[in-house]
Write a protein that binds this ligand. Structure first.
Ligand code: NAP
Length: 290
């Protein structure tokens, strides 16, 4: 039997644990042992979810989903050697893109997450979707088969890089604009902000192209159309993090794109400015936390 762990009992990690409830060997691991209340927003149904302490785990797992915020990853890495074997597969259920080389020698997959939820205190609300996209290979095909009867929808992709970049671009525009303006999606009623958002996306698309990830000519327009469908009062995770003075997932989103531009010696002034300003906030927030 495949033994599965989920590290990070937040909105995504707890939703994953519930989606996998029909599978008997799933453990949700947090900083400490606790019990969470999980609520399905559509039905208002609630249930208790047990969390075990990551520092106390003595098991070795075959599959580990990591669902901590990207800037919390470093605090998880030291535990991996004690809970893995040479065939353990690690799935990063996070936004953005990580440098996967830091996970050598593990088999690691960057997933693209379509799970919407939020955690407040010990209460997790799941709004919609239980979908992860990951690269197709013989290991993930086997995993998809193992989890076929659960609520988790595992989309196996022939070219995951394209899905990752698409989500990076969607996050690049709206997360940057809402975070830096400290305003919700209604900020795109302002024409100058629309223009700024389009410039960010145009730069992002050009960088993707240099990375060998082509998008259709209409991609910027298509993404802007998605944003226009957002409710005015909707904030992004980066918006909420900035107004609450929390660290930001800037290194894995804007930072990842900016570093790709630097590798290709591309000058991308909008992304450079956004990354610099957001990183500054992130560093200050980290210092406040420590
Ligand atoms: P979250 O609610 O903040 O959950 C992160 C959880 O990880 C928290 O419970 C946190 O515990 C725990 N954690 C942090 N460090 C840990 C450690 N060393 N050991 C054990 N547990 C640890 O974040 P999230 O919203 O689930 O987001 C997770 C990832 O999914 C992010 O990359 C996010 O961008 C992405 N994502 C989220 C959504 C969404 O709707 N929420 C949608 C798509 C993608 P503490 O609370 O004690 O810090």
């Amino acid at each position: 039997m495949t033994k599965i762990a989920i590290i990070g009992p937040g909105a995504v990690g707890t939703s994953l644990a519930v989606a996998l409830q029909d599978y008997p060997h799933v453990t949700l691991l947090g900083r400490r042992a606790t019990t969470l209340i999980y609520e399905e927003a559509k039905t208002s149904e609630t249930q208790s979810i047990a969390v075990q302490a990551l520092p106390k785990t003595t098991e070795r797992y075959d599959v580990i989903f990591i669902a901590v915020k990207t800037y919390q990853l470093d605090s998880v890495l030291p535990y991996l050697p004690h809970m893995t074997h040479d065939k353990t597969c690690i799935i990063l259920a996070q936004n953005g893109y990580q440098n996967l080389q830091q996970f050598a020698p593990y088999r690691v997959y960057q997933a693209v997450v379509y799970i919407s939820g939020q955690k407040q205190g010990n209460h997790v609300t799941h709004f919609r979707d239980q979908v992860l996209h990951i690269q197709r290979d013989h290991i993930t095909e086997q995993l998809a088969e193992t989890l076929a009867h659960t609520q988790l929808i595992l989309h196996l992709e022939n070219e995951i890089e394209h899905k990752i970049w698409y989500k990076l671009l969607v996050n690049l525009g709206i997360n940057t604009i809402t975070a830096l303006s400290r305003d919700t999606a209604q900020v795109l009623k302002n024409k100058a902000m629309v223009q700024l958002c389009e410039h960010l996306l145009q730069e992002g698309v050009a960088i993707a192209q240099h990375e060998g990830i082509p998008f259709s000519q209409s991609i910027v327009k298509d993404i802007m159309k998605i944003y226009q469908g957002y409710p005015d009062q909707m904030g992004t995770s980066m918006y909420y993090d900035i107004i609450n003075n929390q660290p930001l997932e800037v290194d894995a989103i804007q930072g990842y794109i900016y570093r790709a531009a630097t590798r290709h010696q591309l000058k991308m002034p909008y992304i450079e400015m956004a990354y610099t300003l957001l990183s500054h906030h992130h560093q200050n927030a980290l210092q406040l936390q420590n």
